[in-house]
Design a protein around this ligand. Structure first.
Ligand code: AMP
Length: 276
């Protein structure tokens, strides 16, 4: 793969890269489409990274659909599918650096509820970037805090790689596409669009109520849905990820939430103000 990509680069081709954990859906494919739209060759990696899972059962239960994934990637014309095994990524065990200092970016929301998660994400993305050496990195807005952390990592590395954030792909009823959705029960799947509906409600409420009150009411609303157990609902600055007091003081505001729907933990977000 490296020889092939080197030759492509030498011929003037821009290399786009979308790292994934497989069980691919339209959300993932949208990253490949975006890479092509920007004129890049599209490399997609599928690697279920053990170091970013804070619960062994979540790692074990992570869906694996490799043959289908490859078919899907072929259907959108992805040029390279990179399927490393664990020793290819971690030849000397999991304790590979560098470690990054994300400060407050990694402390709240996903960082607070999934200890070590973002160090694992940064570790694997750093390693994948070392191997693939792309010009552009394509990530979904779906994992808002994740791309914020990777943006910080690229800055700390002084990397020339351009981060391209792609819009959230949703089912017709609003549920954000996720590899974990297949694990929802029929009831859970039916109720799950209420996460997006609550985010939309927060957007309409933004002009009328203060952000802390919106978060509180959104948590209350989500708690009332049978089978839901919301972990957090936060209205934050889209760059610092700090909770906000006055909407007027911030150009970009995003609401981020994580909700257990039965046994499945889903995350979603919606930009309430500004553009990315
Ligand atoms: P994952 O396989 O869940 O690690 O996701 C791989 C990449 O696909 C990440 O950059 C995600 O943000 C992105 N992604 C996942 N779901 C969606 C979605 N519904 N819409 C857009 N991007 C997504």
């Amino acid at each position: 793969m490296q020889a092939y990509l080197r030759a492509q680069k030498a011929a003037g081709q821009v290399i786009g890269f979308a790292p994934t954990m497989g069980a691919l859906h339209e959300g993932h494919l949208s990253l490949i489409r975006q890479a092509h739209q920007q004129g890049a060759l599209a490399v997609c990696s599928i690697f279920v990274n053990p170091t970013q899972f804070n619960e062994a059962s979540d790692l074990e239960q992570y869906p694996k659909t490799e043959d289908k994934d490859i078919e899907r990637l072929l259907s959108v014309g992805s040029e390279v599918v990179f399927l490393p095994n664990v020793p290819a990524i971690y030849p000397d065990g999991f304790a590979v650096g560098p470690t990054f200092e994300f400060g407050k970016l990694a402390e709240r929301m996903e960082g607070a509820h999934r200890p070590g998660h973002f160090q694992g994400v940064a570790q694997v993305v750093h390693r994948l970037l070392e191997i693939v050496q792309p010009d552009q990195l394509f990530m979904g807005q779906k994992d808002f805090q994740q791309f914020t952390i990777i943006r910080a990592m690229l800055r700390q590395m002084g990397s020339p790689i351009e981060l391209v954030v792609c819009p959230i792909q949703r089912a017709a009823d609003g549920l954000a596409l996720s590899s974990r959705n297949v694990r929802l029960t029929a009831e859970g799947r039916q109720a799950a669009p209420q996460i997006y509906q609550t985010l939309q409600w927060a957007k309409t409420a933004l002009g009328q109520q203060n952000p802390a009150e919106i978060s509180r009411l959104a948590m209350e609303r989500l708690s009332q849905v049978p089978g839901f157990r919301p972990e957090y609902f936060e209205v934050v600055d889209a760059y610092t990820l700090e909770p906000i007091d006055q909407v007027e003081d911030h150009a970009e505001v995003v609401a981020c939430t994580a909700v257990w729907v039965g046994q499945v933990r889903l995350i979603d977000n919606l930009l309430l103000k500004g553009n990315l």
